[in-house]
Write a protein of this length. Sequence first.
Length: 881
Amino acid sequence: MEYLSTADIREKYLRFFEEKGCKRMPSSSLIPDDPSLLLTSAGMVQFKPYFLQQKHLEAPYVGTTTVQKCVRTNDIDIIGTTGRHLSFFEMLGNFSFGDYFKEEMCAWALEFSTEVLGLPVDRLYFTVFFDDDETIEIWKSLGIPEERISRLGEEDNFWRAGPTGPCGPCSELYYDQGPEFGCGNPDCAPGCDCDRYLEYWNLVFTQYDGQEDGTLVELPKKNIDTGMGLERIAAIMQGVQSNYEIDLMRDLLSVGERLAGATYGEDAETDLSLRIIADHSRSVTFMISDGILPSNEGRGYVLRRLLRRAVMKGHLLGIEGPFLGEYVDKVIELMGDVYPEIVENRELTQRVVLSEEERFGSTLRQGQAYLDDALGKLEGDVLAGETAFTLHDTYGFPIEVTEEIADARGITVDLEGFERSMAEQRARARANAKDADKAWSTYGGVMSEIVEETGPTEFVGYTKNDASARVLAIVKDGARVDALAAGEEGRVVLDATPFYAEKGGQVGDIGVLAEDDVLVEVLDTKEPEKGLIAHTVKVSEELPGGRIRVGDTVRAAIDVPRRERIRRNHTATHILHWALRQVLGEHVKQAGSFVAPNRLRFDFTHFEGMTPEQIAEVERLSNQKIMENHAVRAYETSITSAREAGVIALFGEKYGEFVRVLDIEGVSQELCGGTHVSATSEIGFVKITGESSVGANLRRIEAVTSFDALEYMNRVEDELKDTASELKVPLFDVSERTAANLKAMKDLQDKRKNNKEIASGEEMLSILDTALDAGYPLIVANLGTADVGGLRNAWDIVRARLNAPGAAVLAADNNGTPILLAAGTPEAVEAGFDAGAVIKAISPSIKGGGGGKPSMAQAGGKDLSGIDAALDAARSMLVSA
Ligand code: SER
């Protein structure tokens, strides 16, 4: 058997099946287009619609072949402890949708195994589903002796991707590594947990569609779905004992060896950490490249767990500081040629990894100390759920990480207590929800009774602003009533309504319900039960005796100008979403929105604050699309065709069979139930007014459109104009002048501070000690920074402290220009001191001039560097040698 590299095996497999007539197709994203699955965990995931005959493969192909990136984390805690489990792996596969079936497949599997890979046939073993005589016969007809074929039950030989969907019995191929790998048990055989018989290929005969109730419905055609773990077959072909020792994985282990200064294979604990980081770093690189960002739920949480577990292991190995980026680079180097998306997303991946490492790294040590302390103090062998919760909530320890650390010390975690603390926290969060929402939720009982009776309300507001409608039910203070009188408030349900109920971020409509003796203000509209639209109303007091009764026919009219503004803002959120994806990348996904008449908010996944340039670019692109006047239309379609058309939906959300698609021609198509403009130019103009963080990897932009944008710009302009007139400068000089003023203010403050220091006199004490003898005490000193006032002040202090005749020659740096001051007491002047003469004599040294009286004189100059020379000159002039 010849050594084959991972790359060779990958290529040989794909080529083999291409030669058999299969179409080579790219791996699909790790984010499955399938709400029943969190992550893509098998090659067949992208082909589910083909098995269900919803999609068809064009001629002349008989099937498809792929190498699929997969993530499986259901057994995350044993990853690394065995040589076989990986969270990320590549699966080689080939698939037939009603074309070739068992006979061809078994023959090809044998041909590939023995002729392409060169596996000795007498080392191969086969399992089949227990009642699948047909497949046994096929293997026998291919020359396999009966004793190497065994029947296994549902657990081993019936394959399902999840609880529902395409599935079927399977036949598996095993490679016998030899008795030295075995457990020695006399009944050791394929299917045994030991390492002797290695399952390397699974051939699934996909014949059924599993239903929610557990029943199996025959698929219209019989299909093939096979999967061969690339790392596993590489281990066989490279004669190594574990997946971690194959060429590709060994290179990743080396990254850890280098960073930690460790050697793989010397110490079991170290090996485990090296393996875990090598494995997890592949999952992390591929997941982020496919647009997953760390978060606290769903696949984002899977990613966060893997990232944090890897960081923890690095910490255990003694690696200092962020290090995962080095692994990311290595993964890209090793696998980028097969998966270009990881090369394209290198920068994104690096940033996300670094930010998560920094976020977690800063609390890791504290969390670990907290946990160590708790474990140290523990009596018994169960760690309290509350402690695990604090670790999760305060220090960001995924519960699995806490469990793993505790487990290493033989301690279990009270998971129920942990869940209880989590539930309490959720309850607290709910209790904080707005009172208004609370009021609605307490109406749940009545509202569900109404919807059962009336059925869903017909919403006519996509095309109409007003409609004639019948009052079906009225609720007041949580109970059903027949009527509301003038001045009373309540909720009204109509058979049909143009009022949009708050949903998908768009606020509810307001307006009126009117008839001859009825005038009712609609203050808000909500959907308390699925399909039921309820209007929050107040009966006007303007019509004495006015009321609204069950059975009345009313004209329901929305506030049209308000709705127009809402429409503009709603369509603008779609355009902004598109522009954000253009500027920041495809990982940007909508995480929430708020669409009101006067403003909008759009929350999205992104891992760092936007730069001013990015914000400007998003705004520019959005306005470009507005000005290009793209047609906007909405249509209903099946969820399947929406997906095929590439419509943006929230992955993992459950949608009904029919969905509404909002198509902004040439810009984007998104599932949306909201109300929109009919052409983008109606939006007028969009202006982003803010960008901020609203959680880990969640950003928010706020914006205004049309007249609100105009008003916003006008307010900004007014503000600027006022400032300009205060500053007495032209409009566009405001910033320059403000900066200059701020600088001047700061200089002044500095100066004041300096002068104050001088004035405080502390420094003067030491200067006094330097007094020279000129027949009277003479101080000659450079005071650093000060203005003329400061120097005079200093002279006053010197004079007071001397408390006797004396003189001083002082110098300072006054904001970049040198200044000098000479001064003397009358006694000193009497004794011959002449301040004016001194200044005159010494000021040329600072390239300046000045003068004054014998008792006081000053000068300013141009050359700061001349201060010392000036003072020296004063000394030699006044102190006789
Ligand atoms: N779907 C099967 C598996 O994942 C064969 O591809 O094992």
